[in-house]
Ligand binder design. Structure first.
Ligand SMILES: [Zn+2]
Length: 245
């Protein structure tokens, strides 16, 4: 039975039996995993306190050949996220981040960059980034890392290189004005200011992105854009989506 010891973020937990959870983890080494945490619901469990959403833990997991579920052998808390769940906007962002990761990643597929992205989002929130900005930062990077968000300098339909101001996830991303003609109105227009803000998001750490790098109207535009793109990627709306559109 191969064992791994790796850092992981807790994405969710669901009751399996009266005493056990199934936890969904984003591990540094093996990407997303689902594991049974035996006895974790008991008051004297060794996992107690570690199984809260978005906690960073060091886990030991046994991977069983041919079985979908792993076994969680130990989980030691490295950094809790309870402090960030204290205000609704930040909590909403973190729940949406966890949902995207849980639904949008394949199991047992290493996701080192996505793992580091989660750390960057938590750090940015702790350093004072707004919940909206943290959400757009996460979503834009997640989409780019998974090939769903190119640069607005080439039309995804005709392939021509030029500034492109319309984003339509269903049409493959950025669509130029010429290719937009005759198409049903879908997707969103992204102003030059918002496209510049998006470029800043890909250039700076989250905590360094304060206004005027990302003005509030640009943030609103980008919020709609990443939401539509994520729904396209995940195949259905986010359950905590209302707060994010
Ligand atoms: Zn075009």
């Amino acid at each position: 039975m191969p064992h791994i010891r790796t850092q992981a973020y807790i994405l969710s937990r669901t009751p399996l039996t009266e005493s056990s959870w199934i936890v969904c983890l984003l591990t540094r080494q093996e990407g997303k995993l689902r594991a049974v945490a035996k006895g974790a619901r008991r008051t004297k469990s060794p996992f107690r306190g570690a199984m809260e959403p978005m906690n960073l833990v060091e886990v030991e997991v046994s991977l069983r050949e041919g079985r979908e579920l792993c076994s969680l052998l130990s989980a030691d808390l490295e950094e809790g996220a309870m402090d960030l769940f204290g205000t609704w906007p930040a909590a909403g962002t973190l729940l949406a981040v966890a949902e995207v990761l849980e639904r949008g990643l394949a199991e047992h597929s290493a996701e080192e960059e996505t793992f580091r992205l989660v750390g960057a989002v938590l750090k940015g929130l702790r350093e004072g980034a707004s919940a909206d900005l943290a959400w757009v930062y996460f979503a834009a990077w997640f989409l780019r890392l998974h090939g769903m968000l190119g640069r607005p300098d080439r039309c995804g339909v005709c392939g021509e290189s030029k500034p492109v101001a319309h984003f339509d996830a269903g049409a493959g991303g950025w669509v130029c004005a010429g290719c937009m003609r005759g198409r049903p109105e879908q997707g969103v227009s992204v102003s030059e200011k918002s496209r510049a803000a998006l470029e800043q998001i890909f250039r700076s750490p989250l905590a360094g992105l304060i206004a005027p790098a990302v003005p509030s109207d640009a943030l609103k535009d980008l919020k709609s854009m990443v939401y539509l793109a994520l729904v396209g990627y995940l195949g259905k709306p986010l359950s905590c989506g209302a707060a994010l559109q």
